[in-house]
Design a protein around this ligand. Structure first.
Ligand code: NAD
Length: 336
C-alpha cells in the first residue's frame, strides 16, 4: 500500500505512522504536515529514514495533487486538524479553515487524481454530550449536535466527506474515536498536561465540573482500529472506535499524582470552560462485530505506561511548553 498520512507530525498521526510501518514493513508512507505549533518532526524521528516527509498545508491543492501523482498514493488517512477545544474557544476561525476547507481540499485532490480510499479520522464530540447519569451511548446513527467550535468544525468535515462519497462516488470511510492517550501527545491535552505539571512541581488544574468524564482509548488501539477499517471496512461506512472505559477528570488527576507519589493537595480547582461537554460514550459494537476489532490495552496499564513515558522523555516535552499558542491560564485549564 502507498499511503499519504496527513497531520503525521501530530500525536495520533505520528503514532499511526510508527504503527503502520511496524506492521506493514514494505509499504510506502508519505507523511504530510503543516507543522503548526502542534506538529513536531521529533515525533517522526524513529521512522525518519523510512518515510517521505512533505511540509505542506492540506489546503494547498497543487501540492497535494503533486504528491498523490508522484508517489502513486492509494490511500489517504486524514488526521490533520486543529484539535484543541480550548484554543477553538479563543480562535475559532482557523478550526473551520483547516478542519472543514482543508478536508474539502484533500477530497478535491483525491477526486481529481483518483485514489482507492480516503479515510477520515473524526471524533465522538460531533454528537454533543450525554448527561452524567445517561445510560445510553452514541451510535453511528445518532444525530450530530456539536456544541463547541472544534466539534462543529469536525462535524462539518464529516458531512463534507460523506457528500464527496454520495455526489462524486469517492471511496471514503470514517472513524469517530473516543479520547486518545499515549506517547507524543502535546502537553496541552489533559493527561500529558497533568503529567508534565506534576513532574515540574506545579498544580493540576481541574475544572469545577470535575465529575465530567471521557471514554479513554490508547492511541495504539486507535491505530489498530483504523488498520482494520482500511483493510476490511466497507466503502461509505462510518465506524465508532471506543474502549467503553470511562474515567472522570478528577480521577485522572488523582491517579497521576498517585503514580508519581505526589499529594492530592496538588489539585487546584479552576473555573469551567464555556461549552464544556459533560460526557461522551461511543457504542463501538459495529466495528467489533463486523470487523472483529477489540482494544488490546488495559486502561490502568496504558495510563501507567504513558505517565512513565512522560517521566522518561522530558527532553521531548520541555521545548513544547514554550510553543503553547494561548495564554498560560487558558492553556493550563484545558481538558480535551
Ligand atoms: P494534533 O493536534 O496532535 O495533531 C494535528 C496535526 O495536524 C499537527 O501535526 C498539525 O501540525 C497538523 N496540521 C494542523 N493544521 C494543518 C494543516 N492545515 N495542514 C496540514 N497539517 C496540519 O491532533 P491529534 O490529537 O493527533 O488528532 C488527530 C486527529 O484525530 C484530528 O483530526 C482529531 O480531530 C482526531 N481525534 C483526536 C482525538 C484525541 O483524543 N486526540 C480523538 C478523536 C479524534
Amino acid at each position: 500500500m502507498r499511503l499519504l498520512v496527513t497531520g503525521a507530525a501530530g500525536f495520533i498521526g505520528s503514532n499511526f505512522v510508527h504503527y503502520w510501518l511496524a506492521h506493514h514493513r514494505g509499504d510506502h508512507v508519505v507523511a504530510l504536515d503543516a507543522l503548526t505549533y502542534a506538529g513536531n518532526l521529533a515525533n517522526l524521528a524513529v521512522v525518519r529514514e523510512r518515510i517521505t516527509f512533505a511540509h505542506h498545508d492540506i489546503d494547498d491543492l497543487p501540492a497535494v495533487q503533486k504528491l498523490l501523482r508522484e508517489h502513486q498514493i492509494d490511500v489517504i488517512v486524514n488526521f490533520a486538524a486543529e484539535s484543541h477545544n480550548s484554543l477553538a474557544v479563543l480562535r475559532p476561525r482557523v478550526f473551520f479553515q483547516t478542519n472543514v476547507l482543508g478536508t474539502q481540499n484533500l477530497l478535491e485532490a483525491a477526486r481529481n487524481v483518483g485514489i482507492a480510499r480516503f479515510h477520515h479520522v473524526s471524533t465522538c464530540e460531533v454528537y454533543g454530550d450525554l448527561a452524567l447519569d445517561d445510560a445510553s451511548a452514541f451510535t453511528e446513527e445518532s444525530p450530530y449536535r456539536p456544541r463547541t467550535p472544534y466539534n462543529a468544525s469536525k462535524a462539518a468535515a464529516d458531512h463534507v466527506v460523506r457528500a464527496y462519497h454520495e455526489t462524486f462516488g469517492l471511496p471514503i470511510t470514517i472513524t469517530n474515536c473516543a479520547n486518545n492517550y499515549g506517547p507524543y501527545q502535546f502537553p496541552e491535552k489533559v493527561i500529558p498536561l497533568f503529567a508534565t505539571r506534576a513532574l515540574t512541581g506545579q498544580t493540576l488544574p481541574v475544572y469545577s465540573s470535575s465529575a465530567n468524564r471521557r471514554e479513554w482509548l490508547h492511541v495504539d488501539d486507535h491505530c489498530s482500529a483504523i488498520e482494520r477499517v482500511l483493510l476490511a471496512g466497507t466503502i461509505g461506512q462510518t465506524y465508532h472506535v471506543g474502549s467503553g472505559v470511562e474515567v472522570s477528570v478528577a480521577e485522572l488527576a488523582t491517579r497521576i499524582l498517585g503514580q508519581l507519589g505526589l499529594p492530592l493537595s496538588r489539585i487546584e480547582t479552576v473555573p469551567d470552560r464555556p461549552g464544556h461537554d459533560r460526557r461522551y460514550l461511543l457504542d463501538s459494537s459495529k466495528l467489533r462485530s463486523e470487523l472483529g476489532w477489540r482494544p488490546a490495552i488495559d486502561f490502568d496499564a496504558g495510563l501507567a505506561g504513558t505517565i512513565s513515558w512522560y517521566a522518561e522523555h522530558r527532553d521531548w516535552w520541555r521545548p513544547l511548553l514554550e510553543r503553547a499558542p494561548v495564554d498560560e491560564k487558558a492553556w493550563a485549564t484545558s481538558v480535551d
